[in-house]
Design a protein around this ligand. Structure first.
Ligand code: MLT
Length: 429
């Protein structure tokens, strides 16, 4: 137990408890600060606010460390698969062989979607952004499984909702894509592994036999693992705050998908490729665009560089950069946009301006390049991020529920008008 923190306000000293995490992270517990002193804390964008105690993911932004349930991300990306990592995040431990087989089977059992969901899908215009389609389809599960709305449902019912969500998400993602192409949807195939099944649903054409390249499904497993959780980021915090009102799992995850959609969060991977295409179409002069990025009067901003919490490097970017080179080599992809990406990467890593501001390429910078090499269209990149982040969102929602956290309710510092009397419109003129 650490010594309490002391705070002096208006000449009086107050003591506040200090809490410590398992990796020695320290926090001042300000829960009673307002009662004791009349003050609240002010932290726009929650830059230095711990909102929960969590046992899921450890992140050290200074050292570039990321671990799920204690396991280093490097080991999981190298040796595990996405379904095993999903199990780890949601249930707290790696599964035994039997647990894994049962989990895998239950995912296969629930991967079909109620045929009426197609009616909802067909109500969207084909140009609808697939993130909007996906968040709507996920929320529609509340209608097909109304028992998921009960905040006091049994553990079994909650677990059934979780399994259904993991099982149906790839089908829904692939259907959102098929919708955008005006193509018939594909149904899941039980004998295929999770990622291979997903690629089948995305790309199989009824007129030919579709073989999933193992290089592609391995790459996808790695990408999804790297995105599976990232502690209290914007979309996860959204899932937790929506869940804290005892909203259903499906409603909370649907909200998380919308939070992820923004260009400052998951939407960044789409923005990266669009930026690289813009540079290519402009003649590919990276020096010109680097100069624009440095010019504070120019609205151009380099997408996919820097990170709010990683101060030196993003460990996921390190893994993905290597995977990116391997995959493009194995698939024999020669993408002109890649040469531009490499030049930008080198410029950013060697230029004082970027080094000083810690603007190094992050996970979004490379993920878009790999998705493109796997044949995934640009407007689906953020949807792929959502597919990867799903187990993390579920684990965080489950943890919040199990620890019975109170409803999220931040405070504010009011800066509007002081009290004034109402004057009728006639007198106001
Ligand atoms: C994420 O993986 O959620 C992003 O890197 C954003 C974040 O952690 O703030």
């Amino acid at each position: 137990m650490s010594n309490p923190a002391q705070i002096i306000l208006d000449g009086k000293t107050f003591e506040l408890p200090v809490i410590e995490g398992s990796e020695n992270e320290k926090a001042i517990d300000i829960g009673k600060l307002r009662d004791l002193t009349g003050y609240i804390t002010y932290d726009v964008g929650y830059k230095n606010t711990g909102v929960t105690k969590s046992a899921i993911t450890f992140l050290d932004g200074e050292e570039g460390i990321l671990r799920y349930r204690g396991y280093p991300i490097e080991q999981l990306a190298e040796k595990s698969n996405f379904l095993e990592v999903a199990y780890l995040l949601i249930y707290g431990d790696l599964p035994t062989k039997e647990q894994y087989a049962a989990f895998d089977k239950s995912i296969d059992d629930h991967s079909m979607i109620h045929e009426d969901v197609k009616t909802i899908l067909h109500g969207f215009p084909s140009y609808a952004h697939p993130m909007g389609v996906l968040s709507s389809l996920i929320c529609s599960l509340t209608a097909f499984y109304p028992e998921s709305l009960n905040p006091n449902a049994s553990e079994k019912t909650i677990n059934d909702s979780i399994i259904r969500l993991i099982a149906k998400m790839p089908t829904m993602v692939a259907w959102a894509y098929k919708k955008s192409k005006g193509r018939p949807v594909n149904y899941p195939i039980r004998s295929l592994e999770y990622c291979a099944n997903f690629m089948h649903m995305m790309f199989a054409d009824p007129t030919e036999i579709y073989e999933v390249d193992p290089v592609v499904s391995d790459a996808l497993n790695k990408l999804l693992i790297l995105h599976a959780d990232h502690e209290q980021n914007c979309s996860t915090s959204t899932v937790r705050i929506v869940g804290s009102s005892q909203a259903s799992l499906y409603g909370s995850i649907s909200a998380g998908i919308n939070a992820l959609w923004g260009p400052l969060h998951g939407g960044a991977n789409q923005e990266v490729i669009e930026m690289l295409d813009q540079i290519k179409n402009d003649g590919g002069d990276t020096k010109k665009w680097i100069a624009k990025a440095k010019d504070k009067n120019d609205p151009f901003r380099l997408m996919g560089f820097g990170h709010r919490v990683y101060k030196n490097f993003d460990p996921r970017a390190k893994i993905i950069k290597k995977a990116c080179d391997d995959i493009l080599h194995k698939l024999g992809v020669n993408d002109p946009v890649l040469a531009i990406a490499k030049e930008l990467e080198q410029a950013a890593l060697n230029d004082e301006y970027f080094v000083e501001r810690k603007l190094y390429p992050n996970v979004d910078f490379y993920s878009g390049i790999i998705y493109r090499a796997l044949g995934i269209p640009t407007n689906m990149f953020t949807v792929m991020f959502a597919l990867g982040r799903l187990p993390g969102w579920i684990a965080q929602w489950k943890e919040l529920r199990n620890t019975k956290e109170p409803i999220g309710r931040p405070r504010q510092v009011y800066i509007g008008e002081k009290t004034r009397d109402y004057v009728s419109m006639v007198d106001r003129g």
